[in-house]
Design a protein around this ligand. Structure first.
Ligand SMILES: *Cc1c(COP(=O)(O)O)cnc(C)c1O
Length: 401
């Protein structure tokens, strides 16, 4: 049987390079920041969305030794951690599923010692399933307090009003070990007034929680994602859930600006990810030639082009057509015409002297030039979170120093 590969494969395929050194440097930077305002706190890595598109399979072994907690959305991803620990004889780390969990998954997570978030009333029905499973240890849960994001969680009023009372009668199978919330706009602003109000509401939620449900002290309180970790010391609590900054990307330009104001300096974050693509062919097109679907580009003069086997299937957004460029030999080369499903065509007239194969950098450094994920996100009219998360799961990912 032939192995079926969805994308281009072999030597002529693009690859993502993941820098282990950049990752370690980012973790050190984030830990240092936190220690500066009285630690020690737990530093946790958010690995949802295929590790923000970087590749969970490749990132998990790199991240595991560096952090204290691992956060996921889906139970299946969280269970990968236990499999890895068993296979490699690693110490067991705290693992928390932030997303929705059905009853069957809850049983599997309890058995694996993975913790979960109680963020809605569906847990009432799960209690019976957990009892039937005759667990050795109760499932460890964190209560999500909705402080103003309007997503999952209970408001302090709902907690005080008895919506979590079912936890009191379920202490044989559910043990409350933590409480969390999530900010709504920390990365969108430099004035954190809404976040401050969310913090006040969280404090109220903690009081209501302790008054209505038996909790295991010290309760692990956590609210800060990257932006709050970087610029809102009051939000750091007992654990920090860092996603985007772990990968060496700033949550936003507002957060970077805030860091300068709040910390008096901008900590260095090093992008973990680079994207490189070898050419499929390099050739001359005569003056007047059209390039790509829709004939949207016409060469004004004889042009040396490189055809690169990468396209919107791989996560190189079609919206970048007519705007994007790539780096070849340290020079910016415009993408000509439309981005296709599996191809782009770039102008390399000034970047090379001949038609030999070349390697283009789509994200990352080449010589003195640097293409940031944020540049691609701007061209694609989105944010860098979406840009990296949409990188195809099929792309080859290699760890580099
Ligand atoms: C995604 C997410 C984070 C991480 O956010 P970043 O901005 O990437 O650091 C933290 N907590 C929750 C609940 C999340 O959904």
């Amino acid at each position: 049987m032939h192995e079926v590969t969805a994308g281009a494969s072999g030597k002529v395929a693009s690859r993502l390079e993941l820098s282990a050194g950049a990752l370690a440097a980012n973790v050190a930077t984030l830990r240092k920041l936190s220690a500066d305002t009285g630690g020690p706190r737990a530093l946790g890595a958010v690995l949802k969305g295929n590790a923000y598109g970087h590749g969970l399979t490749q990132m998990l072994p790199l991240v595991h030794p560096l952090v204290d907690v691992l956060y996921f959305i889906t139970p299946g991803d969280a269970l990968m951690v236990r499999a890895l620990e068993q296979a490699r004889g690693l110490e067991r780390k705290q693992v928390l599923v932030l997303g929705a969990t059905d009853a069957e998954e809850a049983v599997a997570l309890a058995r694996a010692g993975v913790e979960v978030v109680v963020g809605d009333g569906s847990w009432r029905e799960t209690v019976e399933e957990l009892r039937r499973a005759k667990l050795e240890h109760p499932l460890r849960v964190h209560v999500h307090v909705d402080t103003g994001l309007g997503r999952e969680g209970f408001t302090p009023g709902q907690i005080a009003g008895g919506e979590l009372d079912f936890l009191r009668e379920a202490s044989d199978v559910l043990r409350v070990v933590g409480a969390l919330s999530h900010f709504a706009n920390t990365e969108d602003v430099t004035e954190q007034t809404y976040a401050e109000s969310q913090l006040d509401i969280f404090e109220g939620g903690l009081m209501a929680l302790r008054a209505s449900v038996p909790v295991q002290e010290p309760l692990q309180r956590h609210m800060a994602a990257s932006a709050a970790t970087l610029v809102l010391p009051r939000a750091r609590f007992d654990a920090q859930r860092v996603g985007i900054s772990l990968y060496g990307l700033w949550p936003s330009s507002e957060t970077r600006l805030s860091a300068r104001l709040v910390l008096g300096r901008v900590p260095e974050l090093r992008p973990v990810l680079s994207w490189r693509c070898p050419s499929q062919v390099v050739k001359w097109l005569p003056a007047g030639s059209y390039v790509g679907y829709g004939c949207t580009y016409r060469c004004p003069e004889a042009t040396r082009v490189a055809v690169l086997p990468v396209g919107y299937f791989d996560g190189y957004a079609r919206l970048m057509s007519g705007k994007a460029h790539v780096l070849v030999n340290g020079r910016r080369c415009p993408v000509l015409g439309r981005v296709m499903m599996n191809h782009i065509i770039v102008d390399v007239t000034r970047a090379t002297h001949d038609e030999r194969p070349l390697t283009a950098t789509l994200i990352g450094k080449d010589g003195d030039e640097h293409l940031h994920v944020e540049n691609l996100a701007d061209w694609a009219q989105t944010i860098h979170y979406e840009m990296t998360t949409r990188l195809g799961a099929h792309l080859r990912r290699v760890v580099v120093p």
